[in-house]
Design a protein around this ligand. Sequence first.
Ligand code: SF4
Length: 417
Amino acid sequence: MVALIFSRPDGQWFDFPPMQMAAASGNHLTIPSKSELIELPEGATLTMMPLAAPIGMDQETGQFLALDENPYKKRSEPVYAVAALLPQGFTRTYMPAATTAEQTLPLLGYTAVGSHKGKLYVAAAATDEHQRWAPRHYNSAGLPQLIAARRREFPGNRIIEQLAHCALEYGCFTAQNIFYRRWEGGIPVSPACNAACLCCISEQPEGGAGSPQQRIGFCPEAQEIAAVAIAHLQQAEQPIISFGQGCEGEPSLAYTQIAAAIRLIRGATERGLININTNAGATEAVRELLEAGMDSFRVSLFSPIADEYMAYHQPRDYAFADVLRSLRLMRERGRQVSLNLLTYPGFTDDRRRLDALCGLVQEMGIRQIQLRNLNCDPSLMQDFCAASEPLGMLRFIYELQKRLPEVRLGNYSRDLR
Ligand code: SF4
């Protein structure tokens, strides 16, 4: 039996065996089965969910109960739910079971966690090789020197300054890869966006959850972009350059600068993959990027059902039909296309959405589905989950792979050419 764990206000956590760990699938409470739990993976961290009480199953009554007082303390002390935050390579199968917090929670990838025989277990599945994104490869002691070296190499380049901030302040891995000069490196280009996604991590409305990252305040010149990109693509191991990072808006809105940069880059090197993480709503911008030679498109998607897409992504000047038009253009031009599927247990794993997703992937010839644990305050998802009949995330992943055997499931971009 996996026991509930709770946190004191100071963040210290304890297990409480009289209550079994419970979990949430959308608005439903459940007890995860053994196959839905794995040991807490290396690189995962724990976080307290402030002002949200943990819910577990009382071992005596078999009832789901909220634990809001510290059972180990004589005098009253409030306790809070604990969640795990997973590293890349793992897909969450359940949300933590907790009461609705009395305040908006930070936008994080909350995952159910419990304790058994002194070990922590999380509701997750390994869905990709995660060595490359293992935290031990990042935030090394030598990083500041590498940043200083790149600053000397690219004097006055605003992208390098932005990435230095992201690497040191946010610990961003794709920013750090530009300094380590390896794998997938991020190049942010756009302060603006044509959507207002409910859980946008770079911009949140006044009084909202507050965005974990601050959006960049400038649009770089093509020469600034090309300089950083060429060095990375020429010298890095298995190089990928990705536009569309957590610290910016919609990159395709800067298509003029990106297109000019791609022509400069390909004038200097044919090595590596040039990728864009986009909402693909601006079809004419997508057409310009295809003309310029963008190799790969990763399109973010909360739901393959139009009205749900519109309700979550809240586009300012496009509709879901425009995203479909963009995907058709990418397929016609034979570019590498992947979906960045924002997953939320109890919403994503619904039969209707699974059918719609498989239809979309087959129609558009999509090569990869990246499963992305949605960073959100669970209370924002209650209405979305109201009409859901969850299959369970493990069953959803299994069915997806069975119905789309030619499609690669995973958690991050790679060169599939
Ligand atoms: S498309 Fe990206 S930047 Fe724009 S609102 Fe959505 S998450 Fe934020």
